[in-house]
Ligand binder design. Structure first.
Ligand SMILES: Nc1ncnc2c1ncn2[C@@H]1O[C@H](COP(=O)(O)OP(=O)(O)OP(=O)(O)O)[C@@H](O)[C@H]1O
Ligand SMILES: [Mg+2]
Length: 183
């Protein structure tokens, strides 16, 4: 548990986030959404998680307003670092592998089924988490492209239902309090 809280007035929030990282080290899966008004300190809290989770693999994405029309741009940001080992993709069931490849422009879009992409993302993150505890951080979720927001919400909802010790990914997303139905 943290003894030094670098963020002024955020002891409670930091303790919750410490608990999240501790749970991940214990092999548990967690998902957490941080909500707050613009400028209130959401990104600072994600930076805090990244720092506390320094022994984990940390993968990070941020919604970008100008990329909201680019389908799966946000998911690609989050997953691209996990594609450094192609066998993680190769181990996915064929339709899921094809779906994710299509989502990331690695093959034709004929098999671009959002459910398959969601399953593939879940299994890709799980495969990476089997090797090393994994923390996924998504900032400015209100600006994610819709497809990525749906897939990441799909993944986050399923994380807590995964049996142990098959996977232990943790997802934390921050969004400003503007409309964003998926999160
Ligand atoms: N607890 C804190 N104590 C002191 N300064 C803080 C704290 N939290 C955030 N800040 C500072 O406040 C500013 C805004 O924080 P931050 O960017 O994290 O807000 P945000 O909620 O992510 O904003 P946005 O909604 O625009 O993304 C930054 O300069 C950050 O360093
Ligand atoms: Mg921010």
């Amino acid at each position: 548990m943290a003894t030094d809280i670098p963020l002024k007035g955020r002891r409670w929030e930091c303790e919750q986030l410490d608990g999240l990282v501790t749970a991940v080290w214990a092999g548990l899966s967690r998902a957490l959404v941080l909500r707050g008004e613009p400028g209130v300190g959401k990104t600072a809290l994600l930076d805090y998680v990244a720092q506390r989770a320094s022994g984990c693999r940390v993968t990070r994405a941020a919604g970008v307003q100008s990329e909201m029309e680019l389908v799966y741009a946000g998911l690609h940001q989050l997953c691209a670092p996990l594609l450094d080992r192609l066998d993680r993709l190769d181990r996915l069931p064929g339709p899921q592998r094809d779906g994710l490849r299509a989502a990331f422009g690695m093959r034709g879009a004929a098999s671009l089924d959002r459910f398959l992409v969601g399953l593939a993302a879940l299994n890709l993150l799980s495969a990476a988490a089997e090797e090393r505890p994994l923390v996924c951080l998504v900032d400015d979720a209100q600006w994610l492209d819709r497809a990525s927001a749906q897939v990441l919400a799909f993944v986050a909802r399923r994380l807590s239902r995964r049996p142990l010790p098959w996977c232990s990914p943790c997802a934390t997303a921050a969004r400003s309090s503007t409309s964003c139905p998926s999160w």
